[in-house]
Design a protein around this ligand. Structure first.
Ligand code: 2AL
Length: 165
């Protein structure tokens, strides 16, 4: 959708379009209210700025929407479509990699009590596995910060894609 069309959407239609980017109502509301945007860069700059005030509960709520790395998101929804595309470089044919990612995810979830979130676009499975292993040695606070930043990267990529579809 081009920016002019996005600017003209009703709030309800805009909300429906933005939700698959991230399920954080305050962020969705802020982006909708900030329209009309003069250009794509202005829209992206605002969206990034609005993501700076995400609280832990916002991030935790959004995590529930993200399938584990290495698990193919099922279903017809736009969110699942985003996720499949983002995880496309994770070679699920590589059984050893899939096994290592599954074990890593389980360790991570046991340690931090939430799903391991990483901006998968542009990363292959080995790079993701290395990041998973590095982050397992983070403190809980550091991991909360890294998770929020990874979510921000995912959301910005999805929002940018939305405006250039
Ligand atoms: N657990 C995850 O990190 N999931 C994901 N990362 C992405 O970039 N897309 C996802 O669905």
């Amino acid at each position: 959708m081009d920016l002019q069309a996005f600017n003209r959407l009703s709030p309800l239609e805009a909300e429906r379009l933005l939700r698959p980017c991230v399920d954080i109502p305050s962020w969705i509301g802020a982006v909708i209210a900030a329209r009309p945007f003069a250009g794509i860069d202005a829209a992206l700059a605002f969206a990034r700025q609005a993501s700076q005030c995400w609280q832990a509960e916002d991030v935790n709520r959004a995590l529930a929407q993200h399938p584990r790395i290495g698990e193919r998101a099922g279903g017809p929804g736009r969110e699942a479509q985003f996720s499949r595309r983002e995880q496309a470089a994770v070679n699920t044919e590589d059984a050893a990699l899939a096994e290592a990612l599954l074990a890593g995810n389980r360790r991570y979830e046991a340690q931090f009590g939430q799903v391991f979130l990483i901006r998968a676009a542009g990363r292959d499975g080995q790079a993701i596995l290395r990041e998973l292993e590095r982050r397992l040695s983070n403190s809980a606070e550091q991991e909360q910060r890294e998770t929020a930043e990874q979510l921000r990267e995912i959301v910005m990529l999805r929002f940018k894609e939305l405006l250039s579809d």
